[in-house]
Design a protein around this ligand. Structure first.
Ligand code: NAD
Length: 530
């Protein structure tokens, strides 16, 4: 049996996560292992899974000579020295998304419940009454929803409430305009603007110095009469005293709260009001969220050890699951395109320009740029390069990297990624995009236009553009027993040089290449592996 990689789990995670790890790795379940014991055996493991108690510090990482990944089941990473991990090229990943859907759906539940008095009506009918006129609600349709904090949960609430026909606006000074555009949410530059225009307001920020009490008396004064509020983020972001006053005065029609200034909380004056709907911090309490934590941490570890994209790596640009779904084929394509240059040329690179054109320019492209750099260095550094250290290693080699975004289309392409690799004397140009089936395509190489779905093994041949060369090459390929899956010829000017790009089934040997080079009018032939 092949030598499987090893992971140690030092704190409890869901059984589903353990099962998934066991499918791919040798798993040592050592819940609550004493520190000394862990330090004594950490050198055996490629990865470690922890919650919040195990300290993954310099001491542990220096002894963990094989460590490539640290998985944190849960959100915070206070117990992990991220900088040290980054220096060592160790991927640290947590599971921040695992309860996002649950918390978002609960927030929406609190919006709907107060708009239609669902909880009150429920208590009413069960107490033997039937007074329907007491429960006249309001529709969400055509109302303005103000979201404070357009992060993971805020954006999820935004897209879902747009489906309800709400006009969604948001205030979040810490994110790019691109993110507002991506979620088709109108950006408000100040909290005051958002508050003044909203019929419903929901908060989705972390609790920080700045956000504690960010909705207070003054803010409630600016609100529309009859406004309805939700807080399923953290207790105290809406000041409870000010809220009580607003509710009593009738300015605030109702509120839904999952989180409270003091938790647990039993005797809160807010609970005495009919138009206050409360839940005991149950945002993450779903079957799915609990399983998700275990499964997600397992997935991150498996991806990290396989050298694949680790969506929740905290020492890499963060990506939401939806963003990743959009970007994954581009990330994979760019990593493959990255591998081409050093298999063709040896000139030291001075600069890499990655230009994103069209729709792709509106996406978060940090990860695809990193993937290109990782691919670029792989033929030289092999498994010493990973997503974490790729940029750093490129910098150390004096390679400048710049990504640029152009919102307009390129030459009729809706999406187009053009990469210019500059050496002292020349510029090597590559470009790629996705087909309608979302397959990665190589559409330009060395300045020649082609259209190929790059395969694992490829053959590149430069020749003089004269009749008969293709036939001769075809024969030589046959003689050398090289099976061709697809073949494309790119040329810029008739009679000058042309480039043949072939997808082939197996790797070509240097003997094969020598034979091909002997074909008349062939200038060079190179095999590459992507
Ligand atoms: P996130 O980090 O993805 O998003 C938070 C957003 O708030 C970011 O976009 C940030 O830029 C923005 N922000 C920060 N300060 C701001 C400010 N002063 N004004 C406006 N925007 C600001 O976080 P998330 O995963 O979406 O979580 C949001 C909140 O929900 C957090 O407080 C989290 O603890 C809470 N949460 C609650 C439950 C629950 O059980 N009720 C479950 C999960 C998360």
């Amino acid at each position: 049996m092949e030598n499987r990689k090893k992971v140690i789990i030092t704190e409890r995670i869901d059984q589903e996560g353990i099962k998934l790890l066991q499918k791919h790795l040798d798993v040592d379940i050592s819940f609550n292992i004493p520190r000394e014991e862990l330090l004594a055996k950490i050198h055996e493991y490629d990865a470690i899974v922890v919650r919040s108690a195990t300290k993954v510090n310099e001491e542990l990482m220096s002894l963990g000579i094989k460590l490539k990944a640290v998985g944190r089941a849960g959100n915070g990473t206070d117990n992990i020295d991220i900088n040290e991990a980054t220096r060592r090229g160790i991927i640290v990943a947590n599971t921040p998304d695992s309860n996002t859907m649950s918390a978002g759906e609960l927030s929406i539940g609190l919006l709907l419940a107060q708009a239609r008095n669902i909880s009150q009506a429920n208590v009413h009918i069960k107490s033997g009454q039937w007074e329907r006129n007491k429960f006249k609600g309001v529709e969400l349709y055509n109302k303005t929803l103000g979201i404070i904090g357009l992060g993971r949960i805020g954006s999820l609430v935004a897209t879902r409430m747009k489906a309800f026909g709400m006009n969604v606006i948001a205030y979040d000074p810490y994110i790019s305009d691109e993110r507002f555009k991506r979620f088709k949410v109108e950006k408000k530059n100040t909290l005051k603007e958002l508050i003044q225009e909203s019929d419903f307001i929901t908060v989705h920020t972390p609790k920080t110095k700045e956000t504690t009490g960010m909705i207070g008396e003054k803010e409630i004064e600016f609100m529309k009469p009859g406004v309805r509020l939700v807080n399923a983020a953290r207790g105290g972001i809406i000041n409870e005293k000010a809220l009580l006053k607003g509710l009593k005065s009738g300015k605030v029609a109702s509120v839904g709260l999952d989180v409270h200034e003091e938790e647990p909380c039993f005797n809160n004056p807010l609970f005495e009001l009919d138009n206050v709907i409360v839940t005991p911090h149950i945002g993450a309490s779903t079957i799915e969220a609990q399983v998700n934590v275990g499964v997600t941490v397992a997935e991150q570890i498996i991806n990290a050890l396989n050298g694949e994209i680790v969506p929740n790596a905290v020492n890499l640009p963060a990506m939401h699951r939806d963003e990743l779904a959009i970007m994954k084929p581009y990330i994979e394509l760019l990593e493959r395109l990255g591998k081409i240059y050093y298999q063709l040329h040896k000139d030291p690179i001075e600069f890499v320009n990655i230009n994103y054109w069209g729709n792709i320019a509106a996406q978060d492209t940090k990860m695809s740029t990193i993937a290109f750099i990782k691919g670029l260095l792989e033929p030289v550094l092999e498994d010493k390069v990973n997503y974490i250290n790729a940029t750093l290693l490129a910098e150390q080699r004096g390679i400048g990297i710049e990504q640029r975004k152009m919102n307009e289309n390129y030459n009729g392409y809706l999406d187009y990624i053009e990469i210019k690799i500059k050496t002292k004397d020349e510029t090597f140009v590559l470009a790629g995009n996705l087909s309608s089936k979302r397959e990665g395509r190589l559409v330009k190489i060395g300045g020649y236009e082609v259209d190929v779905n790059p395969s694992k093994y490829m053959l590149l041949i430069q020749n003089i553009d004269v009749p008969g060369v293709i036939g001769h090459i075809g024969m030589a390929l046959g003689e050398e027993n090289i099976n061709v899956a697809t073949m494309q010829v790119g040329r810029n000017v008739r009679g000058e040089k042309a480039m043949m790009v072939l997808n082939i089934d197996d790797e070509v040997s240097s003997k094969n290449l020598e034979k091909l080079m002997q074909v008349k009018n062939v200038l060079w032939a190179k095999g590459i592996k992507l």
